[in-house]
Design a protein around this ligand. Structure first.
Ligand code: NAD
Length: 430
């Protein structure tokens, strides 16, 4: 006989594995209503959360305190009595741009070691269609000795938050849900529906929900790739891309994308999960991978443009110094993962240029640990031959062109990757 799952919403105990950008806000929302235990393998992360501090800056200390039923744990055994286990661990790619299932596999092993009959395991991490049931469930079955859809159940509910975005929050973004049986799917949908004010969309299967998430980011990646390619063409034609986009954008159905670096661990990474699966089943994606190549080449392109401007101005020597403003993968957010600003840096350093990087949002220790980079806390005045505005942090917008130019020598190049400053205040922009 099938093991009955716990179906009384109000008394549901929830365990969350992974307290990062996705897991913490989720734990906080559930922790306002349900008994919730947030678990992370990173003991330092658990310690800071216990002390009421979130270094990802996604949840303010006041809000952390409102989650009165949320506890933190650094041992998986603490989740043994939870009815629903939600997995929000990273899904990165390896050096060959193939999915790295390490964190998901280890979370699945941890769940398998504590799982009891009747439990529901919900995955939120971004994957390709089929990954939950092909990669994670067999591990859980093997370690727990329980049988899927007889002794325990699963679901998939992808997260759509946008780090640093204070307008689109977990509860105000419609959430896709799914479950491994119709009854489990309805329960999972009701559970999320109780915290998501924007409502839920119950997908017909786990695979549909997985596919929906991965194509959202693939679509965004490709839309930006098209605009990046247009920027490469317009720059050669001597046209300002933003001016063209603003003109085209007056048509009702022209999509408002802007050129730029595509970093972070979602948009530049998730399409590789889909292309990996496509190749596994014998289809070689062309459009998706072409977009990835264009986007991955933008850092080197920006560096080349800056070098050209410096050569033309006669300001390029062995001792030339460049200041990069911004390192994080996006504006007003401390997230350094997979930032493509490092591509600009690597290309400039390849030319032998000495570069300083300043970022008021980035954690200096993390920058050093991840990229071997010592951030400059206060750039020197009048010291640089070129300044690249790489990330549109609000501090840089507040400074404006004049204060930014003051870091440069007379006649220094100012290049604006993010079209943050007025066109006539800079020497070049993407
Ligand atoms: N950050 C976003 O904007 C975003 C948005 C939508 C979806 N996603 C997806 O959500 C997933 C998580 O992303 P994130 O940004 O929250 O990652 P993150 O790196 O911020 O957090 C992941 C956390 O999981 C912990 N962890 C790793 N392995 C673990 C394990 N075996 N058991 C318990 N904890 C473990 C890490 O220590 C870390 O604290 C990824 O699949 C990502 O693609 C992220």
């Amino acid at each position: 006989m099938d093991a009955a799952f716990h179906s009384d919403l109000a008394s549901t105990r929830i365990g969350i594995l992974g307290l990062g950008y996705v897991g913490l806000p989720l734990a906080v929302e559930f922790g306002k209503r349900y008994q919730t235990i947030g678990f992370d393998i990173n003991a330092a992360r658990v310690a800071e959360l216990r002390a009421g501090r979130d270094s990802s800056l996604e949840v303010e200390p006041d809000e952390l305190r409102t989650a009165s039923r949320l506890e933190y744990a650094d041992a998986i055994e603490s989740l043994a009595d939870c009815h629903v286990l939600i997995v929000t661990v990273p899904t990165p790619i390896n050096a060959h741009k193939q999915p790295d299932f390490g964190p998901l596999e280890s979370a699945s092993r941890a769940i398998g070691s504590i799982l009891k009959p009747g439990r529901i395991v919900v995955f939120e991490s971004t994957v390709y269609p089929g990954a939950t049931e092909e990669v994670c469930i067999p591990i859980i079955e093997r370690l727990s000795g329980l049988t899927y859809n007889r002794d325990f159940y699963a679901g998939y509910s992808p997260e759509r938050i946008n780090p640093g975005d204070k307008a689109h929050r977990l509860t105000t973004i419609k959430k896709v849900t799914s479950g491994s049986t119709p009854e489990v799917a309805r329960f999972i949908d009701a559970l999320y529906g109780s915290i998501i004010t924007a409502g839920t969309h119950l997908a017909s299967s786990i695979r549909v929900a997985e596919a929906a998430k991965v194509i959202e980011n693939t679509q965004r990646d490709l839309n930006i790739a098209l605009i990046n390619e247009l920027a490469l063409i317009f720059n050669r034609l001597g046209l300002d891309t933003l001016e063209v986009l603003e003109a085209a954008g007056t048509k009702w159905n022209f999509l408002p994308f802007r050129p730029g670096l595509v970093g972070g661990h979602c948009i530049g990474v998730d399409p590789y999960y889909l292309t990996h699966k496509a190749q596994e089943i014998g289809y070689h994606p062309e459009v998706i991978l072409a977009g990835r190549r264009v986007n991955d080449g933008m850092g080197a392109y920006v560096a080349g443009e800056v070098i050209k401007l410096m050569v033309r101005r006669g300001g390029l020597t062995q001792n030339s110094r460049v200041l990069l403003l911004g390192l994080t993968f996006k504006e007003n957010c401390p997230d350094l993962r997979n930032t493509r600003v490092v591509d600009i840096l690597a290309e400039l350093q390849d030319y032998g240029l000495s570069c300083d990087v300043h970022d008021p949002w980035a954690n200096p220790a993390e920058a050093e640990h991840e990229y071997g980079l010592k951030l400059v806390q206060q750039p020197e005045h009048g010291a640089y031959d070129a300044i690249i505005l790489a990330v549109a942090h609000r501090e840089f917008a507040d400074w404006g062109a004049e204060r930014i130019r003051a870091f440069g020598k007379p006649g220094a190049i100012l290049y604006d990757v993010k079209q943050l400053l007025p066109r006539d205040a800079v020497d070049g922009r993407l």
